[in-house]
Design a binder for this molecule. Structure first.
Ligand SMILES: [Zn+2]
Length: 515
């Protein structure tokens, strides 16, 4: 009996011991788990480029990535500069054949290591890294600069074709000067130009730290989708679009995660993210025929990319009308349309043989168009309502402020010296953005059909009134002020009404076919 009690007591002690050991193991396990959770975000090493096992057809490559800002980083024991946001970019020379490379980050007594094998084929040219070529302008001191104007023009060549404009306060890296312009290095293979007047020199520096993209979000609204990229600094952006595909490049940007975009709004089929040395790219595949206006803006360092959905026919506005015994859906009801009558005030535009200025003809057609569109329930904004002077750049701003679906600018044409107004005359519609092609085509076809002038077609041209990406914008040249036959009609109010009808038919067709 006594022995039994002793045995039980022993068993109890043993149990306690086991429980203690188990608790200690659990404690250590939980401790490491918590420590991992706490420190995983603080100390990590990520290389976004190149990928392990890659074949490199050059004598050097770049290592792009991020780690803890205080970590000591080496690539094969060569020290690498880590920027204050934790990012790094390092050119690394390669030999022919297999290259074993170790990227190592050390913080206090902790270490992270990534091993690489990169192959350089024996027949590789071993081309020099592009950096040297880009920096060949010897007399010039390289520096960083801040953009001081919002939507400052970015060009392919000094004074040449425009790319996506840049936002105020974006810091850029400048490596050359020419004809009043600075050359800006968005990436090794992306060299663009900006006017010297649009930037403020910051300081002479070796390079610009890459911008880190911490997370992304897709926010769905009834009429638009906004893609948000949470950056630690503003960065240059380029947006290109064609039909239902949009590509957004964030230069000098590193994403710390390879994102998979799930549960997207039905307006978007797919978003793909691609990381290369010079940029983070998003390609967006829309579930729509094409785009209906896009834009980008910053809220602090959060980049917002706005993509407008196809204009909807609100059930509330659905209305059928009888016209030549056919039922027709009123697609104009509720649409916001900005009409811009070209020139005004001190600016007459072209002048016809008897002295009527283009500005008056433009305004008359704009008024008739407003009247017809409003009858169909559209909300119409005129950029100018009188013979007033209005700056060119204010016009698209008015359209944007009113959240317009479209902007239509009305003009009448003239010719430079040396051309024959009896040969060159007729109707043309100008556009610049790909997304505006359907509107330009619809307006051009309907207007020509209505007024019977020679069809000069739709023309891609970079004008202040065709360049906006939000809203969809076109510019119509109804006819030629300096062709006597066309001029006679253009100053006739019945004809002006007819021209307005033609433009309205085109706008209606555009909205009816938008999807
Ligand atoms: Zn004009």
């Amino acid at each position: 009996m006594l022995q039994n009690i002793k045995k039980q007591a022993n068993r109890g002690r043993l149990m306690k011991k086991y429980i203690n050991i188990f608790a200690s193991i659990l404690f250590i396990f939980v401790f490491f788990l918590i420590q991992n959770i706490i420190f995983a975000d603080n100390f990590d090493l990520r290389v976004v480029y190149p990928s392990n096992g890659a074949t490199v057809n050059a004598s050097s490559t770049f290592f792009v990535g991020a780690t803890h800002p205080d970590a000591v980083l080496t690539i094969n024991q060569i020290p690498v500069k880590v920027y204050s946001n934790g990012s790094f970019v390092q050119v690394f020379d390669l030999k022919k054949g297999a290259n074993k490379i170790i990227v190592k980050s050390v913080l206090n007594d902790k270490e992270k290591e990534i091993s690489y094998t990169l192959f350089v084929p024996n027949n590789s040219e071993g081309s020099k890294p592009i950096t040297e070529k880009a920096l060949s302008n010897e007399a010039f001191q390289y520096f960083t600069a801040k953009v001081i104007k919002d939507d400052a023009p970015i060009r392919k060549t000094p004074g040449g074709d425009r790319l996506t404009p840049i936002k105020k306060d974006t810091v850029i890296y400048i490596d050359m000067e020419k004809n009043g312009h600075y050359r800006v290095k968005f990436a090794e293979d992306k060299l663009v130009w900006i006017s010297k007047n649009d930037v403020e020199v910051l300081n002479v520096s070796e390079s610009l730290p890459p911008v880190i993209c911490k997370k992304m979000k897709v926010i769905n609204y009834p009429d638009k989708v906004i893609i948000k990229a949470f950056l630690d600094n503003k960065t240059p952006v380029e947006i290109t679009e064609k039909n239902n595909l949009i590509n957004i490049d964030l230069f000098n940007t590193i994403s710390l995660k390879k994102r998979k975009f799930k549960k997207l709004p039905c307006f978007i089929n797919e978003i793909k993210q691609e990381q290369t040395t010079g940029k983070l790219s998003l390609s967006v595949d829309l579930n729509a025929k094409n785009l209906y206006g896009y834009d980008y803006f910053y809220e602090g360092n959060v980049l917002n990319i706005l993509l407008k959905k196809p204009p909807q026919i609100h059930p509330h506005y659905r209305k059928f009308k009888l016209k030549n015994n056919e039922c027709k859906l009123n697609v104009l009801n509720g649409k916001i349309i900005t009409i811009d009558a070209g020139h005004g005030g001190k600016e007459s535009g072209s002048v016809g043989p008897t002295g009527v200025p283009e500005k008056d003809v433009n305004l008359a057609i704009a008024y008739y168009l407003k009247e017809i569109l409003e009858k169909e329930g559209a909300k119409v904004i005129l950029t100018r309502e009188k013979d007033d002077f209005l700056g060119l750049y204010e016009r698209p701003e008015i359209a944007k402020c009113h959240n317009s679906d479209i902007l239509v600018s009305i003009h009448n044409n003239a010719l430079p010296d040396g051309q024959d107004p009896y040969i060159t005359h007729g109707t043309s519609t100008y556009y610049y953005q790909n997304q505006a092609i359907p509107l330009a085509e619809a307006v051009q076809a309907s207007l020509v059909k209505k007024i019977g002038f020679k069809d000069l077609g739709i023309i891609k041209e970079s004008f202040v009134l065709t360049r906006p990406s939000n809203p969809v914008s076109v510019l119509v040249e109804v006819g030629f002020m300096i062709n006597p036959f066309e001029y006679e009609k253009l100053i006739d109010s019945q004809f002006q009404k007819q021209a307005a009808e033609g433009i309205k038919d085109g706008i209606e067709k555009y909205f009816a076919e938008a999807k």
